[in-house]
Design a protein around this ligand. Structure first.
Ligand code: AMP
Ligand code: MG
Length: 341
């Protein structure tokens, strides 16, 4: 090696070394603030914010919580004062103008309904009400009640007008339920709030639906996320995500038992029966709303149709477990990319 080449090489090496040291010292000064578990949206939320400024990390957590609270107040169908409940009460008689947030979620919901051939359906409300009554009374609905509920379910009967941002129902007694998508949207808004307010990284977890971005506390930009085994108190696998989301649907957290039979809270809109074939469905996607809606859709579609749908979508992967073989983790073709070896 010529002398001046050697000097250049040494200078480059030194620059590289200094750069690394600078990076390490910067990372050492990063603050990791965690909200702890907060009860919200019928589950527990946890937020992590990373910043080199403690005040910024703290503010980001508060703003993220505010965003989730706002969605809870808008989209909670159990609260009769929520915007969703008022919409449910009046949208048959008249067109109802809704907030931009509610309209965004309803539009996305309709897209996922079409994409999933009606497996995902936010007009599922009347069937969910039957499930909840069965939960309270322990008695299954009659076939007549099921027929009436099924008649009132159907996303094509929810008319959305993007120009006026209004919603109207075609049938009396229709009822929207955003339980399968609102958590994901709340997570996306919370992440957006943190990004806009200067966080260098962060994670929002609402009941196991998670999105992360930027610096992680430990591993550069990789966030480590465990997927729970639906039948045992241990992890079935670990994921590493960078600026990505994962949502899990399943029968292991919310279910009732009637005559010795487990009835999960995810319903097949066509029959009003609980989806049974899959017991855990985790979807990895760029946004939490996509992951949330698709996890619920795949739960209804089952192994074959569900995985076929995921294969047809770019940048989206699935991990699923069937009731028949709870110890086998099935994956879409690109899913292993997100798994820790
Ligand atoms: P998730 O835990 O995200 O799968 O959402 C389940 C919740 O979504 C249920 O508790 C219901 O509120 C609602 N839901 C049930 N079945 C469906 C369905 N087929 N499409 C859309 N939402 C549903
Ligand atoms: Mg969902």
């Amino acid at each position: 090696m010529k002398k001046d080449l050697r000097i250049l090489f040494q200078a480059l090496l030194l620059c590289g070394l200094l750069g690394t040291l600078f990076f390490i010292s910067r990372r050492n000064r990063l603050v990791v603030e965690n909200s702890g578990f907060r009860p919200i949206m019928g589950t527990l939320a946890q937020i992590t914010a990373i910043s080199d400024d403690p005040a910024c990390a703290h503010r980001c957590i508060e703003l993220a919580l505010d965003a989730i609270e706002m969605i809870q107040q808008t989209m909670n169908d159990r609260d009769e004062n929520s915007e969703l409940s008022k919409l449910n009460a009046t949208a048959f008689e008249q067109e109802v103008k809704v907030s931009p947030e509610l309209f965004t979620v309803l539009q996305a919901a309709k897209e996922y309904s079409i994409l999933s051939g009606g497996a995902f359906d936010v007009t599922i409300g009347p069937e969910v009400q039957l499930w909840r009554t069965m939960q309270q009374t322990g008695t299954p609905p009659t076939s007549e009640q099921i027929e009436q509920a099924r008649f009132r379910v159907g996303y094509e009967k929810m008319i959305l007008n993007p120009e006026t941002q209004t919603v109207q129902f075609e049938l009396a007694g229709m009822r929207l339920d955003l339980g399968g998508i609102a958590k994901g949207y709340a997570i996306d808004l919370a992440i957006e709030a943190m990004k806009q307010n200067g966080a260098m990284g962060g994670m929002v977890d609402i009941g196991g639906d998670i999105r992360c971005f930027g610096h992680s506390p430990t591993r550069g930009n990789n966030w480590l996320i465990g997927l729970q085994n639906p039948r045992k108190e241990k992890l079935i696998t670990k994921l590493k995500l960078t600026d990505y989301a994962v949502a899990t649907s399943g029968d292991y957290r919310r279910f009732i038992e009637i005559n010795g039979k487990k009835q999960g809270h995810i319903l097949n809109p066509a029959t009003a029966d609980s989806a049974e074939e899959l017991i855990s469905i985790s979807i990895v996607a760029p946004t939490a709303m996509q992951a949330d809606a698709l996890a619920t859709a795949v739960a209804v579609m089952g192994r074959q149709r569900g995985l076929d749908l995921i294969e047809s979508l770019d940048g989206i992967e699935a991990f699923v477990i069937t009731a028949k073989n709870p110890s086998e983790l099935l994956r879409s073709s690109g899913a292993s990319f997100y798994q820790l070896p």
